[in-house]
Write a protein that binds this ligand. Structure first.
Ligand code: NAP
Length: 252
């Protein structure tokens, strides 16, 4: 990865921050994107540098097209290329978010960033879309009510990106998806726990939730490994078993 440039969106905390730290130890320059928590993003940058890696923070609300253009112009000027784009930033459960926000962030902003970044991405580069099982399998599987709009919008984001796969492939850019079960200790799971404790308890009773480190390692692998599967699942295998099979009591 030496000399390569990686942009991780929403890397000021949680899974994105851990992905940035892991990629920072691989020799590339990591751009730690954040929306408003500059101090947190700068801390992630400091941690990467203290461990001997290279990183800088990169402010941009990815819903703001002008801010994304400024960010990409800066990447172009400083590095002239972008080798990996990790589409990790996500949201919609924030207090005060309007009803269209989840779709603007989780679908429109993801596709727009991937499209605007394309000219900077050389053949062999990768885009990794980070999603949850609840979104990836939406609407086939039940989701906690509070998470419904997020699941729908992230599924729509994944579909929009998959529809652009041939245009990406024509430029030698690979699109990968990494989907995770509820991840232990994250703010999203804490929010869900508050709004729908039964849904979280039901999930925990079936299998241990994966950790941030496990999930971030899978995302980093998808970003680094040239021969990686298109879709990676992280979490209890039971989630991937159909409801009908589960009812029959046959996990295989
Ligand atoms: N948590 C889970 O259980 C779980 C499970 C499976 C998959 N995932 C996926 O993993 C990814 C990360 O989840 P997480 O739990 O780590 O999220 P998180 O803790 O809520 O962190 C979200 C990050 O995204 C940034 N962000 C939010 N809106 C943004 C915007 N408009 N523009 C730029 N950055 C923005 C935030 O930056 P600021 O701090 O600056 O606002 C923050 O760095 C998501 O794609 C999520 O769907 C999560």
């Amino acid at each position: 990865m030496a000399g390569q440039v990686v942009l991780v969106t929403g890397a000021s905390r949680g899974i994105g921050a851990e992905v940035a730290r892991i990629l920072g130890s691989s020799g590339c320059h990591v751009l730690v994107n954040y929306r408003e928590k500059a101090a947190r993003a700068n801390n992630v940058v400091k941690e990467i540098r203290a461990a001997g890696g290279r990183a800088s923070s990169a402010a941009a609300n990815i819903c703001d097209e002008a801010a994304v253009e400024v960010l990409l112009a800066d990447v172009s000027e400083r590095f002239g290329r972008l080798d990996v784009l990790v589409l990790n930033a996500s949201g919609g459960l924030e207090r005060g978010a309007d009803s269209g926000y989840a779709m603007r962030l989780n679908r429109d902003a993801q596709l727009r960033l991937a499209t605007l970044a394309r000219p900077l991405m050389p053949p062999g580069s990768r885009i990794v879309f980070v999603t949850s099982h609840q979104a990836h399998f939406y609407p086939a599987r039940q989701v906690p009510e509070a998470y419904g709009p997020i699941a729908e919008s992230k599924r729509a984001g994944e579909d929009a990106l998959l529809a652009s796969r041939s245009a990406l492939a024509a430029r030698g850019i690979t699109l990968r998806v990494v989907s995770g079960d509820m991840i232990d200790g994250t703010i999203i799971v804490r929010l869900l726990q508050r709004r729908d404790p039964a849904a979280v308890a039901a999930r925990r009773s079936r299998a241990a939730l994966p950790t941030v480190e496990e999930f971030a390692t899978a995302v980093a692998r998808a970003a680094l490994d040239p021969d990686h599967p298109d879709t990676t699942y992280v979490g209890g295998a039971d989630y991937l078993v159909s409801d009908a099979t589960r009812r029959l009591g046959n996990p295989n």
